[in-house]
Ligand binder design. Structure first.
Ligand code: HEC
Length: 127
């Protein structure tokens, strides 16, 4: 009896473990959460008119088309830590870029940085 109960508990916890991964966070919407961050904090320097670093952040298409310097790793769907976009705004040691965005600050809030992380982790969809 006890053994059966224990096996049941074990299976249940395995099930819970596999369903809760890193981002049991809410799904992040590009249009509703990510683009507004770009629009308020990045677009003054990264639009089709003012495109520092050859980067146009004014739409999903222009973001995902990459740029001349970093065509492949700007956004690597599923891998925020390998994505230059996340690396640029994150609060950790900058490993690839030697600067942090937005240039000259103020930097993004933890909430916004986490949203960008989650959005990339969840597949960087146009949602
Ligand atoms: C005040 C202007 C300014 C703002 C605001 C700004 N950036 Fe930048 N960004 C730059 C400049 C200038 C560069 C190029 C830096 C260099 O090459 O030395 C750059 C480069 C980048 C790069 C690297 C591009 C590449 O391929 O090398 C990324 C990624 C980036 N910015 C993301 C962002 C994001 C995301 C935001 C908003 C959260 C933002 N930037 C806000 C000026 C800005």
């Amino acid at each position: 009896m006890t053994e059966k109960y224990l096996t049941g508990m074990l299976l249940l916890s395995l099930l819970l473990l596999t369903t809760c991964d890193d981002t049991d966070n809410e799904p992040v919407s590009f249009q509703e959460q990510i683009l507004p961050i770009f629009m308020t904090r990045c677009i003054s320097c990264h639009s089709s008119d003012a495109s520092f670093g050859n980067l146009d952040l004014s739409s999903y298409e222009s973001l995902m088309s990459g740029n001349n310097d970093h065509p492949d790793n700007l956004v690597v769907p599923g891998y925020p830590d390998q994505s230059l976009l996340y690396e640029a705004v994150a609060n950790n040691e900058q490993t690839v870029l030697d600067y942090r965005m937005p240039k000259d600050g103020p930097y993004l809030s933890e909430v916004d940085i986490q949203s960008i992380y989650d959005w990339i982790y969840q597949g960087a969809k146009d949602n």
